[in-house]
Ligand binder design. Structure first.
Ligand code: ADP
Length: 208
């Protein structure tokens, strides 16, 4: 690839001007311009007027990691799908289908996190022979304080690490809030799922 060839030349002979690089590649400066632009924009090469191009010392993996670390949960999160604690297991399962979300969050006071329900929680309860029209989701959900959460300000790779280490499909994105006197809670402001991470992965790939 031409960009790799340019990188090798600059590593060996930098600082070096665009004309000199073109000469070494038996090409013209105009032809190389887009490649040089990509290499400088991506941070692999530095450029100084009247000096030329020089190798930045960063390897491509470092640059990808740097970019990844700058992306926050708030940049990629989805809208949360929530139900109230008294909602029946049946209605919650219908909501899961309609909203096409694998994880529902159970909230009180319109938005304070109480619990999480996943597909497996529904499977488990239907196998128990309960009347799912009468049973409230509060009985089946995983409950606070045992919920792994993230915030809009958290780097997305750290949230992804939580998904892996806790073996869950989604995290509620929360913000601390005071509900009333002495009642503090976590307001649900989003949902971060494995799909968000996969989508981001694809977007980074498409950018390259
Ligand atoms: P699945 O049902 O597809 O296996 P998960 O792996 O996300 O989905 O859920 C496994 C269990 O972990 C379920 O009992 C669920 O209630 C619970 N759970 C899901 N998300 C979280 C979370 N963010 N924090 C704590 N527990 C969770």
């Amino acid at each position: 690839m031409r960009q790799e060839a340019i990188l090798e030349i600059v590593k060996k002979s930098g600082p070096i001007t665009g004309e000199q690089i073109a000469e070494k590649l038996s090409s013209s400066k105009a032809t190389l311009r887009p490649d040089l632009a990509i290499l400088t924009m991506s941070g692999l090469l530095g450029a100084r007027p009247r000096v030329g191009y020089f190798f930045s010392g960063k390897n491509p993996f470092f640059i990808v990691a740097e970019k990844l670390r700058s992306i926050l949960v708030g940049d990629v999160k989805s809208v949360p799908v929530v139900v109230g604690e008294k909602c029946s297991v049946y209605d919650a399962a219908v909501t899961m289908f309609i909203e096409d979300a694998g994880t529902l969050f159970v909230v009180r006071n319109g938005g304070i996190l109480e619990g999480v329900i996943s597909r497996k929680d529904f499977l488990k309860i239907t196998m128990g022979g309960h009347d799912i029209h009468k049973l409230p989701v509060g009985v089946v959900m995983t409950r606070m304080p045992n919920i792994i959460v993230t915030t809009p300000e958290e780097p997305v790779w750290l949230a992804a690490r939580k998904l892996i280490s806790h073996e869950v499909d989604a995290l509620p994105v929360v913000r601390k809030t005071v509900v009333s006197n002495a009642d503090e809670g976590l307001e649900v402001v989003g949902r971060l799922s494995k799909t968000n991470i996969t989508r981001l992965f694809v977007e980074i790939g498409e950018e390259a």
